[in-house]
Design a protein around this ligand. Structure first.
Ligand code: M6R
Length: 367
């Protein structure tokens, strides 16, 4: 059942090219560079008129939501808020019938997310579900939605469900931008083209980086803390990298926006602290390179996920993992892959039951 792999987690990491491909299939037409999303069509008027979009989720799905906020605001010029379901449901939020709520959930059964949606629905909001499990409670409560086609995810750590969520959320953002006419045809087509080749690029990362990542895992497995830093589109990926490492290796890790370092966490940096930078080339690249220099000046160990032709970042880093050149909005979908692998191999070195880490449940059906 593990298809020759030692654990479900690594099997599911390797299934990502297929999960992404399946999530694009029938939706993205690579020949005509167009997108068809019948789920979105169903609430087109509501969505194009929405005053704001509120994304509700937990854990890794919340990280997907955070990246979606950056994408949707950039492409669709509409306000987006991203909420932890557990906070949203208890805080008497202001919701109206002009709001569209996007729920993101692999299982479709997360209790906090489900109740948050029930509450919002009573207040007249439209619910759009991005769910992996067909017919699940969140799928059923949604007015419309798009399924991720990641297939069953058995490992407690969400991996292929996350990349499938990102794929669907970016499809959503591009299509909504088309409806709202907030993006040029050129950019839209460029993004569609880039989306269509993500499966190949993910496969390339899986084929080329594992030996390198295993060595990094062996070298840093005894660290007591890790920092994960990113900016812009890569900030949610830094959070996700830290969450994966905590879950799978039991090493304390924190994700931060790189520039927030100066406001406190930089006090932690010394020669024992590995700092993982998600530093692919994008509009804030120069800024993150100077954050890397700041860490280096304080003797922190730099482990970077970089664009393959970025010699400057490579030279600065103690360890680097390369990902293919991509549009800045696409790069985060690729950048998470090495971080999943890093947490897996650190967990393996530390002899942790990576598929069933302590204290965690695959689906959190109690609050
Ligand atoms: O099934 P859901 O997507 O609603 O689950 C949300 C979180 O419980 C889940 O993503 C959790 O954080 C994972 N263990 C992360 O790897």
């Amino acid at each position: 059942e593990k298809g020759g792999y030692e654990h479900f987690m690594i099997k599911e990491i390797h299934e990502q090219p297929q999960a992404i491909f399946d999530s694009l299939r029938g939706r993205l037409d690579a020949e005509n560079l167009s997108i068809t999303l019948s789920g979105l069509e169903k609430i087109k008027d509501k969505l194009t008129a929405a005053r704001r979009i509120i994304i509700v989720a937990c854990g890794t799905s919340w990280h997907a939501g955070l990246l979606a906020e950056y994408w949707i605001e950039e492409l669709c010029r509409v306000n987006v808020e991203v909420e932890y379901a557990s906070e949203f449901r208890y805080r008497n939020p202001i919701i109206s019938s002009d709001d569209v709520i996007i729920a993101i959930s692999q299982s479709g059964e997360t209790a906090d997310t489900l109740v948050a949606l029930e509450n919002a629905k009573t207040q007249g909001a439209t619910i759009f579900g991005i769910v992996n499990v067909v017919g699940s409670s969140i799928a059923r409560i949604s007015d419309a939605g798009i399924y991720t086609h990641a297939g069953p995810e058995i490992g407690v750590a969400s991996t292929k469900a996350f990349s499938a969520q990102l794929t669907v959320l970016l499809l959503f953002a591009i299509k909504l931008a088309e409806y709202k006419e907030t993006v040029s045809e050129d950019l839209r087509k460029e993004l569609i083209k880039e989306l269509s080749i993500i499966p190949e690029k993910v496969k390339h990362i899986l084929d080329s980086s594992i030996d390198n990542i295993k060595e990094i895992a062996v070298k840093y497995q005894h660290a007591t803390d890790f920092l994960f830093l990113g900016r812009g589109y890569n900030f949610p990926i830094a959070l996700e990298g830290a969450l994966k490492l905590k879950e799978i290796s039991y090493i304390h890790a924190e994700g931060y926006p790189a520039a927030e370092m100066k406001h406190g966490p930089i006090a932690l940096v010394d020669e024992t602290l590995p700092v993982v930078f998600v530093a692919t080339k994008d509009r804030v690249h120069e800024k993150i390179v100077s954050n890397m220099q700041e860490i280096k000046a304080r003797s922190g160990k730099l482990i970077s996920v970089v664009t393959e032709d970025d010699q400057l970042a490579i030279d600065l880093s103690d360890e680097h993992i390369k990902i293919p050149v991509s549009h800045e909005m696409i790069a985060p979908i690729l950048a998470v892959i090495p971080l999943q692998l890093l947490s897996y191999y650190v967990g393996i070195e530390r002899q942790i039951d990576v598929d069933r880490p302590r204290n965690l449940a695959k689906s959190v059906t109690v609050e």
